[in-house]
Ligand binder design. Structure first.
Ligand code: KIV
Ligand code: ZN
Length: 534
């Protein structure tokens, strides 16, 4: 509670810091495979949203994660950039090397304090956990003043033991103490009670930032987080669209709007720019391939829709009859930009700038070419369309990607569908493939497997539309498995088959990038070029 808020009417001690873990805990959701460029783009949007901390990844976990965290630390200004580390020195060194170029670096280190974890997972003793926590915080503090410590699975631990470990972390200089409900087991009154006990047992907690991190296994992540905040915590760890391990983390948008809508009652606030919420949610959904459920609070398609006649009647007469917040407060009106086929480069650049994308030179030429292709087929190109196209371009620039050169899919009643494709391989040469399948998509994707010489297995195929109307841009998400590695890819086009082909090739590219062989090769390349290994 040391920062001061620029609005003098607000009490700075009531400011709740928003710690976003979409790129770390969120990325641990099964099947999410974001590449570096996608992670950097999400981080830029999180900075626009105004979060206080971005937990950008777990640098020791893979060279790819290390490089993504490093790129975010180097490029994204504003929020604190944080890297996660277990207690080992190698983990902490990796986290520090990844975040050290940020103007505001943080190391977040953790170890479990529950006996279930200590005995069965760590296979060690409470004494050893104390020693590891001490050594980890001390080591991290040699590098960085901003060190966060988390006693993992604390809600199922002996609170007195957790308090002892927290005291050790404080003695070694930790500046934020985060107490997670790792398995989403707690209840709001219990979580609040745990906090009051910890404050009683460790008076030093009053002098640092205390933080909540709640999982949603019982659907209580937001309620538990808020109970912690009411108990005195001033940092909430959360993820966009509630992504995260298993049932996910507390949803960022729900926490932020709970703080904002009921501020008059609880007196707490965050500094998030709420009007960026909808766009952040769409970007994360697109890039992760995780659709938002229609009735999801704040960002679901139906969050501001009224089906019942009585409700519609009420809202038409007076919005507040059935709405507790305005859709514009979360940025849901942002479809006001409309371009057409006669719009020029300047109009496009201005529209993109309004959306927060700065494009000039080559990037503007690429964006303009893409825009023209769409504007020729679609009467009106809206803000949502532009967002989808820009996000699609971010994916298109991935290194080592397969590219769809051309395709032909023939399907008619009474004959087996046939597809032939030409694919540009990462080395530049073009390969061809053809296949007769059970259905047009089966034939198409099998032909892509043949051209790329891979055996991708389709797990999920989803088609959506960016906006309404028959000429809407189609958006396709594909989930595949390749040699035991799961990955997803997305594609956007006015032609749904073109979007499907792009999505499938991106999923193949992502699966290869995530495969253990690719990771091993990457290590060798780094060793050969003498770059420091995390
Ligand atoms: O859920 C959890 O306990 C975590 C820690 C690493 C903070 O994600
Ligand atoms: Zn977690």
């Amino acid at each position: 509670m040391t920062d001061s808020h620029p609005n003098p009417d607000r009490d700075a001690t009531q400011r709740v810091r928003i710690f976003d873990t979409t790129l770390r805990d969120g990325e641990q959701s099964p099947g999410i495979s974001l590449n570096r460029q996608e992670k950097v783009e999400i981080a830029f949007q999180l900075a626009r949203l105004g979060v206080d901390v971005i937990e950008a990844g777990f640098p020791i976990s893979s060279p790819g994660d290390f490089e993504s965290v490093q790129a975010i630390a180097r490029e994204v200004e504003g929020p604190i950039i944080c890297g996660l580390a277990r207690t080992g020195h190698q983990d902490i060194d990796a986290a520090w090397n990844a975040v050290k170029d940020s103007p505001r670096p943080r190391i977040h280190t953790f170890i479990s304090t529950s006996d279930i974890h200590i005995v069965h997972q760590l296979q060690t003793t409470r004494e050893d956990v104390k020693g590891q926590a001490k050594a980890a915080v001390a080591h991290a503090r040699q590098y960085c003043e901003d060190v966060e410590f988390s006693p993992m699975d604390a809600t199922r631990a002996d609170w007195e033991f957790t308090a002892e470990v927290i005291q050790i972390a404080l003695d070694e200089g930790a500046s934020t103490i985060n107490v997670p409900d790792t398995v989403g087991y707690s209840m709001p009154n219990e979580y609040a009670h745990m906090w009051s006990e910890l404050y009683r047992l460790v008076p030093g907690l009053q002098k640092v930032i205390t933080s909540v991190h709640c999982h949603n296994d019982l659907g209580l992540a937001v309620a538990n987080s808020f109970a912690g905040v009411e108990a005195g915590c001033r940092q909430v760890e959360c993820a966009v669209n509630g992504l995260g391990e298993r049932a996910g983390n507390a949803s960022l948008e729900e926490i932020v709007m709970l703080l904002s809508v009921r501020e008059a009652d609880h007196g707490l606030f965050s500094e998030v720019a709420t009007r960026e919420i909808a766009r952040t949610s769409r970007l994360v959904s697109r890039l992760t391939g995780y659709q938002v459920q229609p009735n999801k609070a704040i960002v679901g398609r139906n969050a501001f829709a009224h089906e019942s006649g009585i409700h519609q009647d009420g809202v038409l007469k007076e919005r507040t009859t059935y709405e507790i917040m305005d859709a514009t407060d979360v940025g849901l009106e942002a479809n006001s930009i409309v371009l057409g086929k006669h719009s020029g480069r300047h109009a496009l650049r201005d529209a993109l700038e309004q959306l927060g994308f700065k494009v000039d030179g080559h990037a503007l030429n690429v964006a303009f070419k893409r825009f023209k292709e769409v504007a020729d087929k679609k009467k009106q190109v809206t803000a949502m369309d532009l967002e989808a196209l820009v996000t699609d371009e971010i994916r298109a620039t991935q290194e080592g990607a397969f590219e769809l050169e051309s395709f032909e899919v023939e399907a008619s009643s009474g004959r087996s569908p046939h597809a032939s494709v030409r694919v540009k391989l990462p080395g530049g040469e073009v390969a061809e493939g053809s296949f007769t399948g059970d259905g047009p998509i089966d034939a198409f994707f099998s032909a892509l497997n043949a051209a790329t010489n891979r055996e991708g297995r389709l797990k999920e195929y989803r088609v959506g539309a960016v906006t309404g109307g028959r000429d809407a841009l189609g958006e396709v998400t594909v989930r595949i498995e390749l040699d035991g590695v799961g990955a997803s890819g997305q594609g956007v086009s006015t032609d749904i088959l073109a979007a499907s082909g792009q999505a499938y090739l991106r999923a193949l590219t992502n699966a290869l990038a995530n495969s253990p062989v690719a990771e091993a090769e990457h290590h060798l390349e780094r060793a050969a070029s003498r770059q420091p290994t995390p």
